[in-house]
Design a protein around this ligand. Sequence first.
Ligand SMILES: Nc1ncnc2c1ncn2[C@@H]1O[C@H](COP(=O)(O)OP(=O)(O)OP(=O)(O)O)[C@@H](O)[C@H]1O
Length: 578
Amino acid sequence: MATVGTSTGFGVGGVKLHSFNSNPLSSFLGKKLSFKTLSESTAHKKFSTPRSKNLVVLASGGEIYSFVHDLFVGVGVGLPCTVMECGDIIYRSTLPKSNGISPTVPGVILALGTISYLWATPGVAPGFFDMFVLAFVERIFRPSYKKDDIVLGKKLGGGSFGVVYRASLAKKPSSKDGEIVLKKATEYGAVEIWMNERVRRACANSCADFLYGFLESSPKKGAEYWLIWKFEGESTLADLIQSKEFPYNVETLILEKVQDLPKGIERENRIIQTILRQLLFALDSLHSTGIVHRDIKPQNIIFSEDSRTFKIIDLGAAADLRVGINYIPKEFLLDPRYAAPEQYIMSTQTPSAPSAPVATALSPVLWQLNLPDRFDIYSAGLIFLQMAFPGLRNDSSLIQFNRQLKRCDYDLTAWRNTVEARAGPELRRGFELLDLDGGQGWELLTSMVRYKARQRISAKTALAHPYFDKEGLLALSFMQSLRMQLFRATQQDYSEAANWIIQLMAKSGTKKDGGFTEAQLQALREIKPTKKSSAQRNALASALKVQRKIIRTINESVDELNRRRKSLWWSRWIPREE
Ligand SMILES: Nc1ncnc2c1ncn2[C@@H]1O[C@H](COP(=O)(O)OP(=O)(O)OP(=O)(O)O)[C@@H](O)[C@H]1O
């Protein structure tokens, strides 16, 4: 019996599909045709006929299919029968087993790669689930509020983008649950509602408890976004840090009682550790869901009296990198006291996301290219610094510090070298606190406050830093020292490491021993790339200038288009008061 079947196999996402047929169309159009033919006594004859004869009975669509199939087989796209599990269609026992799906090694690797990509920060897959499932389910079940449900209280703050009030719910005026904070915001309120809803679903404990947001229109004031949060507490970190009692005032808040321990830098260090850990924990949760806050400062960190932890507030300047909301760099307002030197969370060469689905699909790549979360880490580093040095807690001294740091090229060690020699007792005490336990605090601080975003530590890695391991023990365990070495090796700037090796070689090397002499090393350091001739350089510079201009024009046009499209975006999601 002649074997007349051909077999084709295509690997699709880790799955190899087999089709077995004498005529490709029969399997393509459906099993009906094949099995009907099989049951006929003429089946064998029919299947034994040459392919050209079979084509006679096919519809014209089949002819085209056959032609395309033959063409592909002819040019070698189809896999040869020899590598496939071919069998005889009459003697079914020789047919491949009906396990049409069999995993292949490259397929499994591809599938794992795809899954990793979809789950990588900021999370494409969780993003889709959040947007299309959780958001809708939440909308059905969560309580909603309207203007008449709210009784306004005293004003808590406000700027050009909105006013914040302490308020209560008309239905529960005297209960703790009824205490709320209301923000009446301008057009930026839409972004803030979006961010707060995202945060509430993804990491509720990191930020103030958001209750509801809606668009309220009145003939007098026009459209205003109303945002409601639970009232978390009276004090922000800015209030607490300004007190002479800091950090002991925070210890009392967290532990709910005054500790009967001698005051000193070790106890203070432990309290500062706790505050920093809570802040980094909140930041890590925000960053893991693809949100960068961009306005981290003590004024935006509130102490929640219920949970006795610090939480983040004011997401008005935040960017959601998962769907590309609000990351147009030129549009946001940063606080120069706490902003990282790069000012923008994304490279200005990155155009704003074309549309939510495309931005979502590209988000892991853009995140890795720009590491936008490190913007918040720099701000958190400055807060750490302020907690350690009382002299840097007011605005003017912080501004002065920023200027000094800029002069030192944002190198904290260089700054330390310039100020330590003539430091007063307060500054010395700060260094002493950070130098405890082998200088872990100082090391963590220097890995948070760095010029290049890429060299800054992430919130997750910072939480694993040995600084947070020590709970009352002075000596480092063997494992902690090991982790610290590993941490140092992975976090360092490798240009610094290269310099260090050169230094080391200079110290140990002599011509006699085969090492480098100081003079040779000096020559090595001074080797500069050869300069191109000036005509060549000018041409290259002009070409680069033109290229930059083209990119800028394209980006600006895309930004402009997106801005318009995005304004429609928001309105679909924000509830309006009837
Ligand atoms: N959930 C909350 N619980 C208690 N107090 C809050 C809460 N949210 C905000 N506040 C208080 O309201 C103040 C202003 O809030 P927020 O920073 O969100 O508004 P803002 O208009 O952006 O202010 P600013 O322009 O000063 O940053 C905060 O400093 C804080 O004291």
